[in-house]
Design a protein around this ligand. Structure first.
Ligand code: PAF
Length: 325
């Protein structure tokens, strides 16, 4: 008698958890990014969520951690490796410290324009590079980008490399970038992104470098007076996942995640294309002094002097293949 009663109770619990509360079946995805909801990363994060929702309603629940809520990009990559963070949208700023091969894409003055860079990332070289990530305990499913990086500062108008000498500029924690800045005579100061705005405000550094997408969406005009369109290096971005999350999925779910990551990357690139058009005018309106006639060739000529160092690190063949495409 007692047994029958207990069995009925267990059965009804099982039925209600299976049929009446589908929300319990949702897999939560803790998704980190360094920027605001209104940025290219924010737009990409929303596109990822929407794409998953459309393909597999109620399967995934995306929890958004924007504005570096889970730490700087280096910490986020470590969290993804450990599985304490399920996913992230981030720049390659710190990535080469984990997947060294990616550093070749961070070489200044390597790409002619966005179309050139994107054709490399979407082609054999970029896709093969994504396959290197699992060896470092990271799953990388799609390449997005931020645009080309430009220098902002609070001290002076930059037109030639001489103007940048002795400026203290925050850089990402990226040895490939740092080598080039040092060669230009810049006091390169690597710093995690969450520390950058206070450092600019307090004058600990004179400036920083980032694409228009970041400068405009993070309103860096509030802490920086000058913007010089140096376009010195392309800034790729990635959609990554932790192996512990990824490997818990069925192969059909993995496929859906790949498509959602590609949708996120597409949304990111679209945002970048639009803000590259409109961002400079709005930064000028907001009071920034924008220098458009930068002698980019003079900067490139100096940086090209250290290309032999890059050849040693990444193979001359590969670099020449990228340049020639
Ligand atoms: O400068 C950086 O660290 C990156 O470009 C940023 C702003 C965190 C976006 O990935």
């Amino acid at each position: 008698m007692k047994n029958t009663w207990l069995r009925k109770l267990l059965l009804s619990c099982l039925i209600s958890s299976t049929f009446l509360t589908p929300a319990l079946a949702e897999k939560s995805i803790k998704l980190a990014n360094a920027l605001s909801k209104e940025s290219h990363y924010g737009v990409a994060a929303t596109a990822l969520e929407e794409s998953l929702k459309q393909a597999l309603p109620e399967k995934f629940k995306v929890e958004h951690f924007a504005n570096s809520a889970l730490g700087g990009e280096r910490e986020v990559i470590e969290g993804v490796q450990l599985g304490t963070i399920d996913a992230a949208i981030l720049s390659t700023g710190a990535v080469l410290n984990f997947v060294p091969q990616v550093g070749v894409l961070d070489i200044p003055f390597l790409f002619k324009d966005l179309a050139h860079a994107r054709s490399i990332l979407d082609g054999k070289i970029g896709q093969q590079m994504l396959e290197e990530f699992p060896k470092r305990n990271i799953i990388a499913l799609a390449w997005g980008d931020q645009g080309f990086r430009h220098i902002t500062n609070n001290k002076l108008v930059i037109k030639t490399p001489t103007d940048t000498k002795s400026l203290k500029i925050r850089t990402t924690e990226n040895p490939v970038h740092i080598m080039a800045f040092k060669h230009l005579g810049i006091l390169a100061t690597p710093m995690a992104w969450p520390e950058v705005q206070p450092a600019l405000q307090q004058g600990t550094v004179d400036g920083q470098e980032n694409p228009i997408s970041v400068i405009a969406s993070m309103k860096l005009n509030q802490v920086q007076k000058h913007l010089a369109l140096t376009g010195h290096v392309y800034s790729p971005a990635l959609v990554i996942f932790s192996p512990s999350f990824y490997n818990s999925l069925t192969s059909a779910e993995k496929n859906t995640l790949k498509i959602a990551s590609q949708d996120a990357a597409k949304a990111m690139r679209k945002f970048v294309d639009e803000i590259e058009q409109s961002g400079i005018a709005s930064l000028k309106e907001a009071g920034m002094i924008v220098t458009e006639d930068v002698d980019k060739q003079a900067f490139a000529n100096i940086v090209k002097e250290i290309y032999p160092e890059y050849y040693k690190r990444y193979s001359k063949d590969l670099i020449e293949q990228i340049v020639a495409q």
